[in-house]
Design a protein around this ligand. Structure first.
Ligand SMILES: Nc1ncnc2c1ncn2[C@@H]1O[C@H](COP(=O)(O)OP(=O)(O)OP(=O)(O)O)[C@@H](O)[C@H]1O
Length: 354
């Protein structure tokens, strides 16, 4: 069966050029051979440290950055090879929301103008009924009728994110790429926005590609999770399975490194050991081996392919041993992450009850 969104072999390399002749001096392998599906009403989360390639994957699959290789299909139609006119109409079905919608909202346009623009551009409203459609969008996204006349700077961060979501929703998208949509918000507002995104998904069957470095948020929103390291998916699994039994050492490290609920309190958990190597010059063999506590000789020489394992996929030579606990006790969700999960859970319940 064809999935709603199919991403196959998606690759994005940035070429660093030098000198008058603009010779290629290096290649940043920001995304390599990325494959995943998203079905109606599903959320695939893409997680990893800063600089691992999450945003590049999101932007490339939407055609906002030209792909080096690979294909993306939506409802069976190829996206990346469309001409400009067809791409504009396809863009209606694939939207993006950002961490700070401020950067993508025109500061000189009222919310009504911001929402009317895509409705009129894509013939989803006429001048006669556009105000009514704008009012419906505001209502669906938990904003008030009088917000229509306000400008972006007059809103709080959470309200501004609602405006960004309303604008994305205006074109009745099939898929929304959510690029760190709640990372800049405090936990109670995060909970409200997560609840809103879930409501919209239930109502309209939208598929989300949810980019985040926050494992507590991802645990709440995702159907499946793809863990990315230096531009490659190293593990993919249904959410509950990934947290209960990570099979890649990088996933294990990320879960252990999850920060505590209150960022004002000094962090006790250690970040993933060592620095992320440069995507300009990735390590040989398994790119994670210089930081991997379980690395063996083979890992330095041979890059592990992403292969199916028990309902998920993993790119580690020793995934089976890790799964069986051969490298120590299986890791339960650490207390710090569990506390953040609980805090978010409570905030969501409270927001839902309001
Ligand atoms: N336009 C560009 N030109 C050259 N290199 C780039 C460009 N955009 C991104 N990169 C590089 O590609 C790699 C992946 O970057 P990307 O922004 O996709 O990561 P990320 O996981 O989204 O990080 P963050 O969470 O900080 O946004 C990085 O090494 C980055 O420096």
């Amino acid at each position: 069966m064809t999935a709603m969104l199919e991403v196959r072999g998606l690759t994005k390399h940035f070429y660093m050029r030098r000198g008058i002749l603009r010779r290629i001096a290096g290649t940043v392998q920001a995304a390599n051979d990325i494959n995943f599906d998203v079905n109606e009403g599903e959320t695939l989360a893409i997680v990893g440290e800063s600089g691992c390639g999450k945003s590049t994957i999101g932007r490339t699959l939407l055609g906002l950055t030209p792909a080096t290789a690979g294909t993306v299909s939506l409802d069976g139609e190829q996206v990346l090879t469309l001409d400009k006119t067809a791409m504009r109409s396809m863009r209606r079905k694939m939207q993006i929301i950002f961490q700070d919608p401020y950067g993508s909202l025109n500061p000189r346009m009222t919310v009504a103008e911001t929402l009317a623009e895509p409705l009129l551009l894509h013939d989803l409203a006429t001048p006669a009924d556009v105000s009514q459609k704008v009012a419906e969008l505001l209502d669906i996204c938990g904003l008030q009728p009088w917000h229509a006349g306000r400008y972006p700077h007059e809103f709080s961060g959470g309200q501004r994110q609602r405006v960004g979501i309303a604008r994305a929703l205006a074109t009745r998208p099939r898929v929304i790429v959510c690029d760190e949509p709640v990372s800049a918000l405090d936990v109670s507002v995060q909970a409200q926005i997560i609840n809103l995104l879930e409501d919209l998904q239930r109502q309209f069957g939208i598929g989300y590609v949810f980019i985040s470095h926050d494992l507590a948020v991802v645990r709440h929103v995702a159907t499946r999770v793809a863990v990315v390291y230096l531009g490659r998916i190293v593990e993919e699994a249904p959410t509950a399975a990934l947290y209960a039994q990570p099979r890649h050492p990088y996933t294990l490290s990320l879960i252990k490194a999850a920060p505590r609920p209150d960022p004002s309190v000094e962090q006790i958990s250690a970040p993933v050991q060592g620095d992320l190597p440069s995507a300009l010059n990735p390590p040989s063999g398994c790119a994670f081996h210089p930081r991997c506590p379980m690395a063996q000789d083979r890992c330095r020489k041979e890059r592990p392919e992403l292969r199916p394992l028990d309902g998920g996929k993993v790119a580690c030579h020793f995934a089976e041993q890790i799964q069986e606990g051969g490298f120590g006790e299986p890791t339960p969700v650490p207390p710090m992450l569990q506390r953040r999960l609980d805090v978010l859970e409570r905030a969501r319940a409270q927001s839902g009850a309001e």
